[in-house]
Design a protein around this ligand. Sequence first.
Ligand SMILES: N[C@@H](CCC(=O)N[C@@H](CS)C(=O)NCC(=O)O)C(=O)O
Length: 217
Amino acid sequence: MTPTITAFKQSPDRGRGLARDMRVRWALEEVGQPYEVRLLSFAEMKEPAHLRLHPFGQIPTYEEGDLALFESGAIVFHIAERHPGLLPVDKNARTRAIGWMFASINTIEPPILDLQNAKLLEGDKPWSQQRLPLVQDRIRVRLGQLSTRLGDADWLDGAFSAGDLMMVAVLFRLKPSGMLDEYPRLSDYVARGESRPAFKRAFADQLAVFTASQPTG
Ligand SMILES: N[C@@H](CCC(=O)N[C@@H](CS)C(=O)NCC(=O)O)C(=O)O
């Protein structure tokens, strides 16, 4: 059965791959699973039909037969569980890869989101400029630790896994800030993820939503 995911109809990031449907698209591309996309406006995301799928009125969601999922991490985990290729066969290695998935969304993504909120939602507050360095330093602590753990390895724990997919997708959201460039091992790590054919296909597909919605001429 072909799964259907949801994504932004009017991509606020102009198709730069920052919205979280990107990680779901990437996972589906990695395992070779075709999928359909239902595009939603911000208003449609808050309507009852979508709220039945996603209690917080957000994207992405995932529907497959009678299964409906929300939360990008849970969706990528489901895809990785159902298809070979994104989680190691060895039980301990598999559990460690899942651990990295959690680390990406529970330890690395929160300070990155805080930076986005500080810039987008709090940029006009009188205290915003004073708070920004604190937010950036919290990110630097995590990036430093992650860079040390990655060392000179290509991926976090052996072969590329759903843990790397999630971590690269989360770090990718830092690119516009330029902070990733302070950590060459991490920017190389993200570049390795970006160079995967599955990433490129996913990126092109989500960018096409933005370009298609742009007026021509
Ligand atoms: N923890 C959720 C976060 C979902 C989320 O924040 N989605 C954003 C797009 S990346 C969204 O729908 N924003 C619009 C809104 O919250 O109204 C996940 O990982 O799926």
